[in-house]
Ligand binder design. Sequence first.
Ligand SMILES: [Ca+2]
Ligand SMILES: [Ca+2]
Ligand SMILES: [Ca+2]
Length: 207
Amino acid sequence: MGSRKSKHICSKTELTSTEIAEICSKTNLPDSEVHRRHLAFLEQYPTGLITREQFYDSLDEVWPESHIDKFASHLFTILDQDRNGAIDFIEYINLTHKLDSNNVNPQNHDETIFFELLFDMFDRNHNGYLEKRELKPLIESIYDLAGLSSHERRGLNSTHAQVKYLLNKLDKNGDKRLSKEEFLSEENWSNDERLGRFFATYYDVNN
Ligand SMILES: [Ca+2]
Ligand SMILES: [Ca+2]
Ligand SMILES: [Ca+2]
């Protein structure tokens, strides 16, 4: 992981009318609501940008007992779509709106949207599949969030064993990678005690 410092810190406090129109069309929010959320965003982030450091701090507040660095780094990477080292309002609202509209909250156990987010976070080459090398950091991040010690990451719980198990259980068409459909299939998860336990690891952190 790179440094926590953002590369270019300037500011972005104004939205152009084109940007507002784009946000409205993407989120289906009326422009009055976009303005309201933008003002609230600026109140919290007066430069109009969330730096990497601020972002990590905000996750630290959500998961105070966890090692969030790797997870935060993955999440930051998918949010910072223009790769300028900071999250602006447009990048921010794309995600928060999606989360709001599905009423997602780890506490609500609304698994689908969270799993979808996980999928997008770890499909690093954006080919629509989770390959073995992408599943490894996914599992490590969940372990980090759960604060698992290295001692607890052995044997059946080793990353290697867990990747093998995930693929074995979820890869229904046998192409050695997980499509979004395979990854999100509720049937695959709910009937499997070990998978259930693995993701309970994540939920335990939040309860
Ligand atoms: Ca950005
Ligand atoms: Ca991929
Ligand atoms: Ca597959």
